[in-house]
Structures are given as C-alpha cells and as structure tokens.
Design a protein around this ligand. Structure first.
Ligand SMILES: Nc1ncnc2c1ncn2[C@@H]1O[C@H](COP(=O)(O)OS(=O)(=O)O)[C@@H](OP(=O)(O)O)[C@H]1O
Ligand SMILES: [Mg+2]
Ligand SMILES: [Mg+2]
Ligand SMILES: [Mg+2]
Length: 350
C-alpha cells in the first residue's frame, strides 16, 4: 500500500507549522511560555503548531474521520486569563495560513482553534490509521533558541508507515563534530521524510530538491560518535558515558534537543543515539514515531535497552525496557552488549 498522498499532506503540514514556530522563536518573550501541570514548558508555538497541523490534515482528508494522537490539549487555554494567549495563537495560525495561501478559508475563530487542538485527543492503538504529532519536540531547546522539531507520523495497524521531521534550526550540512548551532553554520532548516519501504530523504525547509540519506557505515566503535538529550533530566548522561567508554568511543557526546537527533543520525552525522530516562518516566509515541521511521528507512535500527523493537501499537505510551538505542546494523550488537554490562555494573555498585 502506498502512503504518497498522506506523505504530501504531512510534509505540507509540518512545513507550515515550522514556519509558525520560526516566527515565534524569533520574537520569543518570557510571557509566551506557560507551564503545564507536569511543569514542562509549553509555548504559543506548541499550541499553534498543533492547531495548524490538525487543520491541514482535516483539509487534506475531508471525508475521513481523522484520528490524531498529539501532545497538547486545550485545557490550560480554556482557563480564566488565557484568552489573550488564545487570541495570539489564533492570529499566528491565521497569519501563517494567509502567508501560504493554499487554503482559501475565512479566518479561523478562537473556537475553531480550540477544536483543532482537541482533535489530537485520540489514544492510538493497533487498529486503523492514527496520525501521531509532537507539535514542538524539544520545547526546552525551542525556548533556549536551540534545536527543536515538528514531528508527524502515521500509524497503520499499529506500525509506523510514514514520518516527517521538520527541524528549523538544524544545519543543512553535517553537524558531526558538534557544530549544531545555527549561528556557527550556513543555511539551516531541514525536512526529513520517510515512507515505509521507500527510504529516507532530506530537503531544506526552503524547498530544495530531496536527497536520499543513509545512516553511517562506521563499524568500529572507536570511530563512532554518539548523540544524547541536551537535558540531563531526560537521559542519564553518566550511564551513556560509561557505555561509550566501554565501547571505546573517543569523541565527546553530542547533546542536542529533540528528534533532530534521529534526523542527524539518519544522514550519518553521528553513529549512535542513547536515551536513558530516569526511573519512572514513560516514553510517549509522539517523541519517537517520526524519528523511528526516518532512521529505520535510512538503514538504522532502533531497540530498547533489552534489544526489543519498539511497539507503537499500545496507545500513547511506548513501554520500553530502561531506554532506547539507535544505531546501524553492525554496531547494534556491540552497543547492546555494552549497555547490558554497564547496567549490571551500575546495579551491583548500588
Ligand atoms: N523526565 C523525562 N525523561 C525523559 N524524557 C522526558 C522527560 N520529561 C520530558 N521528556 C520528553 O523529552 C522530550 C525532549 O526530547 P529530548 O530529551 O530528546 O531533548 S531535550 O534534551 O529535552 O532537549 C520532551 O518532548 P517535548 O515535551 O515535546 O519537548 C518530553 O516529551
Ligand atoms: Mg512537552
Ligand atoms: Mg516531545
Ligand atoms: Mg512537544
């Protein structure tokens, strides 16, 4: 089965959302950052991006009942005092749609925006089609002015069949050596996309022609470099550094926010991505679905720390053993062995 139509729509939705996010990041003010009840930051751009993607998917597939599993909901926007924020989001979405001009609709109302955001309340699962969206992945990076991604994927019968990652601050050229900052490099803004069985491609967000990408062919761990979360609260840096030492990795870790890590890995900027959340954290499908297919279609492999493939069919959570490892086929067994030994050492030292 081909998902070409869905892929075109997903690229369009993610590119428009990236445009909205870029505008907000440019004039980001402290007041644009709200705190959700779980204390994670959320900005007008997270809501605006979700509303925009939801609107575009609805427009592109008007006859289908859209199922969208997405990170944000309108709860905090419906409280007293949030009206001004909601109006800003509404204006941002309308301005972005007007600047594009593909959808000739009358401006959306605040009510339309709330509805579009709340279309993301689906739970996913193993039956039928579900879109999976992280409207801004790496909100902390976004607020800091660093890397973030708009991540959109499609599940069919519980399997990821397409994914799009828009990374507005990722340099077009390789960031191997850690040169991830927009101000250090030339052109930035990448769009990665993959359809099951079709390989992974990257183009610039400005619309250059797509290039096929591949993960690195490095087989010697000493020559491998590794990515991990920027935020130590999201991944145990001490554990990944122990594993890297065991593997003989010489390069220091490259710490980047968001699924931009999967994008960069898919084009061979680095060889390994390790992620070890602290005890008790449950991963969500929107933090991995798009990145997962972008990397696997580029020849990479994604496993949990026990070597088990990820299962996106169980609702909005991804239940993984201890953490997530991404690398190429050759390195995976070596990395998993080092992970196992490191976890055993850590356990016996407690
Ligand atoms: N405690 C904890 N442990 C592990 N992961 C967590 C945790 N808290 C949040 N998150 C999720 O991490 C997403 C951000 O991705 P990264 O960790 O890759 O980037 S970063 O280091 O935060 O910059 C981030 O995605 P966004 O909320 O979309 O930014 C979260 O879903
Ligand atoms: Mg968040
Ligand atoms: Mg996220
Ligand atoms: Mg997010």
């Amino acid at each position: 089965m081909s998902y070409d139509r869905e892929l075109v729509a997903a690229k369009k939705a993610a590119s428009l959302a990236a445009r909205l996010c870029q505008k907000v990041q440019k004039d980001l003010l402290q007041s644009d950052v709200q705190s959700k009840s779980d204390k994670s930051p959320v900005t007008v751009a997270d809501y605006g991006s979700q509303a925009l993607v939801s609107f575009v998917l609805q427009k592109e597939f008007p006859s289908e009942k859209l199922s969208l599993v997405a990170e944000e909901d309108s709860g905090d926007l419906c409280t007293d005092g949030a009206q001004e924020t909601l109006e800003r989001i509404t204006k941002l979405v309308n301005d972005t749609l007007a600047s594009d001009g593909s959808y000739s609709v009358s401006p959306l109302s605040t009510e339309d925006i709330l509805q579009a955001i709340d279309r993301g309340k689906s739970e996913g699962g193993s039956q039928g089609h579900h879109w999976v969206l992280d409207p801004i992945d790496g909100t902390k990076g976004f607020v800091r002015g660093d890397q973030y991604a708009i991540a959109l994927a499609l599940l069919d019968q519980g399997k990821v069949v397409l994914g799009v990652l828009a990374c507005p601050n990722l340099p077009i050229t390789s960031i191997s050596g850690g040169n991830q900052h927009a101000f250090n490099s030339g052109e930035v803004g990448c769009l990665f996309f993959a359809e099951v069985g079709g390989g992974t491609y990257m183009q610039s967000l400005n619309g250059s022609s797509p290039l096929k990408v591949q993960v690195t062919a490095v087989e010697n761990p000493e020559e491998a470099s590794f990515f991990e979360s920027y935020e130590a609260a999201h991944s145990m840096h001490d554990l990944s550094s122990l594993i890297a030492k065991k593997l003989g990795v010489k390069a220091p870790p490259v710490r980047i926010d968001s699924q931009a890590k999967y994008g960069a890995l898919s084009r061979g900027d680095g060889a390994i991505y390790m992620r070890f959340p602290h005890k008790g954290y449950r991963e969500k499908i929107w933090d991995h679905a798009a990145g997962y297919i972008v990397v696997t279609e580029a020849g990479g492999v994604v496993r949990d720390a026990a070597g088990i493939p990820l299962d996106f069919s169980r609702g909005k959570y991804l239940d993984v053993d201890t953490g997530i490892i991404v690398t190429n086929q050759k390195l995976m067994p070596l990395v998993l062995k080092a992970v196992r030994e490191s976890l055993e050492e850590k356990a016996s030292s407690l």
